[in-house]
Design a protein around this ligand. Structure first.
Ligand code: NAD
Ligand code: UD1
Length: 345
């Protein structure tokens, strides 16, 4: 019998790719999403891509804070584990609307954990972020670096990590894996699923993608006076399929009796500058991305990349794709779906 995995936020960018990889790995996936930042078309596309496994995917439009609805779902079936992606993630918006972020991300998580424990499901994989390293004092970022947050979004990640550590401490039956993602980019190689942010994108590659399809005129480069190879910020970009596979590795790891509350970086261990990323994208897409040099973005770190040895050793997982494949798949998705899911070509 295949294991049932509940995926909160499974209609979103990383969630949809992870659901597909779960299905292809033989799991059953039940997605809970309020579609606040996603489209049900993503779920239909995942089903198409999953082929013979499509019937192993169910979708429920539920807000995590709707405890009775979540209770009803947990009463209707048993889950081996929960992969918890659901959350709001726009840094700027979190500064404007901190209470909305604390309510959605933290209250949503607390309700989820309460319902899980009430139904005897104590296996959790949580989407944390490299944002918990704040402006890291050294790179590569190992999991042991001191934690800090620069904005309310980051604080929700930090607080949820702490909540998870407390929950595990109170009841060692819990097995919790906190995955700190670096910078997810790219899309499924088919170009059928990808990132479809609402409004003007905050992150680099969704912005580049919209410039490439003519929706935005130019990319503002936030700072070219950093102490980096070309003056622009350096990040650890990771292909979303590699990231999705990292979740399969984490779900498998939950079966290891030694697991308590563990934390793993999911990155490639390589740093790439903004200009290098743009050049790689221009090469694979054949599109010129006009650049405007702009001031540094407040709260931005200079150089962030992962120490990935722990995930490699303990999860037996390693990123396979490089920058060129990330840009190729980002462009494939963008050119096939220039306006995202709702108005795709
Ligand atoms: P996303 O916005 O595409 O997906 C999140 C999904 O959660 C959306 O489909 C949204 O509708 C849903 N959701 C939000 N609040 C909900 C609620 N209360 N109840 C039910 N559903 C809800 O974002 P993503 O990029 O796929 O990110 C997934 C997770 O990974 C988030 O927790 C995010 O903070 C974290 N993360 C993302 C990145 C990144 O760069 N994309 C980096 C580090 C961590
Ligand atoms: C941002 C968030 C971080 C979050 C991460 C992944 C901020 C301050 N930080 O980090 O909390 O975890 O996304 O969702 O928002 N850049 C440009 N022009 C743009 C956009 C970005 O030059 O229009 C540069 C940035 O300055 C940075 C790099 O591109 O050097 C990557 O930016 P981005 O994709 O936003 O990711 P992070 O800065 O790592």
């Amino acid at each position: 019998m295949s294991q049932n995995i509940l995926v909160t936020g499974g209609a979103g960018y990383i969630g949809s790719h992870t659901v597909l990889q779960l299905l292809l790995s033989g799991y059953r996936a039940v997605v809970v999403d309020n579609l606040d930042n996603s489209s049900s078309v993503a779920i239909s596309r995942v089903k198409e891509l999953a082929g013979e496994h499509a019937s192993n995917l169910d979708f429920h439009k539920i807000d995590l804070r709707d405890k009775p609805a979540l209770e009803k779902l947990f009463a209707s079936m048993k889950f081996y584990a929960v992969i918890h992606f659901a959350g709001l993630k726009a840094v700027g918006e979190s500064v404007q609307k901190p209470l909305m972020y604390y309510d959605n991300n933290i209250t949503g998580t607390i309700i989820l954990l309460e319902v899980m424990v009430a139904h005897g499901c104590k296996n959790l994989v949580f989407s944390s972020s490299a944002t918990v390293y704040g402006s890291p004092k050294e790179v590569p970022c190992t999991e042991e670096l001191p934690l800090s947050a620069l904005n309310p979004y980051g604080r929700t990640k930090l607080y949820i990590e702490e909540i998870c550590r407390d929950v595990h401490q109170s009841d060692p039956e819990w097995k919790i894996i906190l995955l700190r993602y670096f910078n997810p980019v790219g899309a499924h190689p088919s170009g059928h699923i990808g990132e479809d942010p609402c409004g003007i994108p905050n992150n680099l590659m969704p912005f580049v993608q919209q410039v490439a399809v003519g929706r935005l005129p130019s990319l503002k480069v936030f700072g070219n006076d950093y102490k980096t190879k070309d003056g622009t910020g350096v990040r650890d970009y990771i292909h979303v399929i590699d990231l999705a596979d990292g979740h399969i590795a984490a779900v498998k790891k939950l079966a290891d009796p030694s697991v308590g509350c563990e934390v793993y970086n999911l990155g490639t261990g390589k740093g790439t500058s903004v200009l290098e990323m743009v050049t790689a994208f221009e090469k694979v897409s054949g599109k010129k991305i006009p650049l405007v040099m702009a001031a540094r973005r407040p709260g931005d770190a200079e150089i962030v990349y992962a120490a990935n040895g722990k995930a490699e050793r303990e999860l037996k997982w390693m990123a396979k794709y490089g920058i060129e494949e990330m840009c190729r798949d980002q462009w494939n998705w963008a050119s096939k779906n220039p306006y995202g899911y709702e108005k795709s070509a």
